[in-house]
Design a protein around this ligand. Structure first.
Ligand code: SF4
Ligand code: SF4
Length: 303
């Protein structure tokens, strides 16, 4: 199994999250998911048309601006988050066009090293220096685990901006194993990565998701124009849930206390599964005292 190395000291937080490998990348801050139908099939159709059309385009200012005008006539312009810009220049990149990326980037096919991002809504500077809150606020090890567990750009881009949800999930695992998670625990442990993947996939298949695009697309900018919806616990006679942060990240709605319990049990199961697959060899029992008694305690081998 290959472990991708996305550590980069020039990036805030030390792990580069935007382009991970040939299949995994993100375009969330370019507004990729801010569309009325954010399904994989619909996004692929949109991105494929853009990429193929852009590939035939002369690289001059008029043609690049005309591409945007044509596209805005061709594509539905209604946005779930009206003030979250959806960039027409997000497309498919890489030799096999197997991940999302910026068609105006100097390294994108056909641009011959020229940076055309200055023609975009945000401008070249903003596009090149922006890093979302997950870069700053997620511990490096959590970021590396998500990068390694992710299999495709679609799901990765939906979850990597869910800073609080990811942090809460991994912290719950740490509480179960009573110590911090390390890279060694997870990055080459297929069963652990599989359990993380199951958790990430809840974003797609969560049975308690609010029936709304907003439960899928995340507005993560710090201006808080569109805060995460809260869960209405009162409506089912509850005060809160121990998994409230995760439930909000998944965009949850419950019709009964039973539904809430089912959701909590599901999360319990995943957290237990991940915790139980972390190698017990990393807990080395040591003897306390000199008398040859039976007292032992668990100690992380790193401490
Ligand atoms: S949302 Fe974050 S990870 Fe995604 S492209 Fe933007 S800065 Fe990169
Ligand atoms: S121009 Fe900026 S906002 Fe548009 S796709 Fe490129 S990086 Fe994203």
């Amino acid at each position: 199994m290959s472990v991708s190395d996305n550590t980069d000291n020039d990036v805030p937080g030390g792990v580069y999250l935007c382009q991970v490998n040939g299949l995994v990348s993100c375009g969330a801050c370019c507004g990729l998911y801010n569309v009325t139908t954010p399904s994989f099939a619909a996004l692929m159709e949109m991105l494929t048309w853009r990429t193929e059309t852009f590939a035939r385009l002369p690289r001059d200012i008029d043609s690049i601006l005309a591409f945007k005008e044509d596209l805005e006539v061709r594509e539905q312009q209604k946005r779930p988050f009206s003030e979250f810009h959806h960039c027409p220049y997000i497309g498919l990149v890489g030799r096999k066009r197997s991940r999302v990326g910026c068609l105006l980037h100097p390294l994108a096919h056909g641009n011959q090293g020229i940076d055309f991002r200055g023609l975009s809504f945000y401008g070249g500077m903003a596009c090149s220096v922006y890093f979302c809150p997950s870069h700053y606020r997620l511990p490096a090890v959590f970021k590396e685990i998500v990068c390694e567990a992710a299999r495709d750009w679609y799901l990765y881009g939906l979850v990597i901006t869910e800073t609080e949800m990811l942090r809460a999930f991994f912290q719950d695992v740490e509480r179960r194993i009573k110590r911090p998670i390390t890279r060694e625990d997870m990055l080459e442990n297929g069963k652990c990565l599989e359990a993380v993947r199951e958790f990430l996939e809840l974003k797609l298949y969560w049975p308690f998701r609010i029936n709304s695009v907003k439960g899928l697309c995340n507005y993560f900018f710090t201006d808080k124009l569109y805060p995460l919806p809260t869960v209405d616990y009162e409506a089912i006679g509850e005060s809160t849930s121990r998994y409230d942060v995760i439930l909000r990240g998944l965009g949850s709605h419950f019709d009964s206390e039973n539904e809430l319990r089912s959701a909590e049990n599901l999360l319990d199961g995943l957290i237990d599964k991940l915790a139980s697959n972390i190698s017990p060899l990393r807990f080395r029992p040591i003897r306390i005292g000199f008398g040859g008694g039976d007292d032992v305690c668990a100690q992380d081998s790193h401490s």
